[in-house]
Design a binder for this molecule. Structure first.
Ligand code: SAM
Ligand code: ZN
Length: 399
């Protein structure tokens, strides 16, 4: 195969693959190498890929069936090669990228790993490819949409290409719209309004899941979010699709708004797509701001997170430590209240130093409230305490 650009071999998970030699494409240290190379490869997304392999392994084991997988925007193919080698029961993987050089490189990686019987590589638009799997008998068990920016342009075709009861994974890297820096872009793409709050990453997951819910509902398909995670650079949602108008209605009922008061930090949920919502803050009377419509349902399934935790042992994943930490937090978060308080942001507002997180949570619990940490923010506390109580407890601890 004739690749006329600098490459190198890297090892990730149980596989070694050929990738563009990123150092050859950056002249200055601040340049973002993955998008300069002729084929996309980002070593920093190892955690994202490790979790994808883990989630699929866990779900396949839970369902106990042979599966077909599709990665419609695959870059050099590293993720799909990993699905084929690290997940049991994978009968077929369809790898695709619109960039001909990416498809060539993915083919090379499939051949190097002796996977040609199981893995096919295509070179076309992701929506064209996915549409071919929309017919009842052709549908797939897992679709992983991992694009540049927003996955929304591929959502319809991804949902239609999935079998009833099977799994969809979506990455969104367009954090500026989702976190409220470009609210108009978020409304356009996701059909919901973001807010620049200290818990905007949770809002980003809920806006993405909300958009998926409404997209799937058009096709009379319901969704159930079983796992999600976030970093500064992207959010990721794993959802199971359930066919049927009733299932779609059930999911739509989990849509609503999160109301936020920028004066006192009070927040509350307003359930329903079209229900009227409170305009003034119940705690201080200031005007409330509304985020959404967005997904108000669960964003982690405790049982699935526990199964993932069990599965991770023995997989020898590169990011195992981070995964353990993330999963143990996600399990706690699964049953915790919606939204969190970022202690540093509360203290900035009150001009106070930051109290120890554990002490703050202990005090909240002693006062009779729930209080748990969150993977979204190392200084975040999920609690059902009123904003006034949170600020009083923080003030008491540092003055
Ligand atoms: C973020 S990269 C994929 C990274 C890959 N999933 C991984 O885990 O390493 C996004 C890829 O989408 C491809 N792409 C962009 N638009 C596309 C389209 N309409 N159809 C198919 N692929 C597309 C790009 O060429 C790029 O390789
Ligand atoms: Zn208020």
């Amino acid at each position: 195969m004739n690749l006329d650009f600098p490459t190198e071999v890297v090892k990730e998970g149980k596989t070694s693959v050929v990738v563009p030699k990123l150092k050859a494409y950056v002249k200055e240290v601040w340049e973002y190498a993955p998008s300069k190379a002729p084929v996309f490869y980002n070593p920093a997304m190892e955690l994202n890929r490790d979790l994808a392999v883990l989630a699929l392994r866990t779900y396949q084991r839970k369902m106990g069936k042979e599966i077909s997988v599709c990665e419609p925007l695959a870059g050099c193919g590293i993720r799909s090669v990993r699905f084929a080698t690290e997940v049991e029961g994978v009968r077929k993987v369809v790898v695709n990228d619109i960039n001909p050089q990416a498809a060539e490189l993915a083919k090379l990686n499939v051949e190097r790993n002796k996977l040609t019987e199981q893995v096919s590589v295509a070179n076309e638009d992701a929506n064209l490819l996915l549409s071919r799997y929309a017919a009842r008998r052709k549908r797939l068990n897992f679709v992983d949409v991992d694009p540049f920016g927003s996955p929304v342009p591929y959502m319809d075709s991804a949902v239609r290409a999935l079998r009833n009861g099977w799994l969809l994974a979506l990455t969104a890297t367009d954090m500026a719209p989702l976190c409220g820096v470009h609210p108009k872009a978020c409304v356009r793409k996701y059909g919901g309004k973001p807010l620049r709050t200290s818990y905007c990453h949770e809002l980003a997951v809920r806006l993405l899941a909300g958009c998926l819910t409404m997209t799937a509902a058009k096709h009379e398909i319901g969704v159930e979010v079983i796992f999600s995670h976030s970093t500064d650079h992207y959010v990721r949602v794993y959802a199971v699709v359930h066919h049927g108008a009733k299932q779609a209605d059930k999911s739509v009922r989990k849509m609503g708004r999160i109301l936020h008061c920028f004066t006192c930090l009070h927040r509350e949920m307003s359930k329903g797509m079209f229900s009227p919502w409170r305009q003034d803050c119940a705690e201080c009377g200031s005007k409330l701001n509304a985020a959404g419509p967005l997904w108000l349902g669960k964003i982690f399934d405790e049982e699935f997170c526990a199964l993932m935790e069990k599965e991770v042992a023995g997989m020898n994943l590169g990011q195992e430590k981070k995964i353990h930490k993330l999963l143990s937090l996600a399990r706690i978060e699964a049953e915790a209240p919606v939204t969190y308080y970022a202690a540093d942001k509360v203290c900035d507002k009150l001009n106070l130093r930051i109290p120890p997180l554990i002490k703050t949570m202990d005090e909240l619990r002693a006062a009779g409230f729930q209080a748990t940490p969150t993977h979204f923010n190392s200084r975040g506390i999920r609690t059902d305490a009123p904003a006034k109580t949170v600020t009083e407890i923080i003030t008491k601890l540092v003055t």
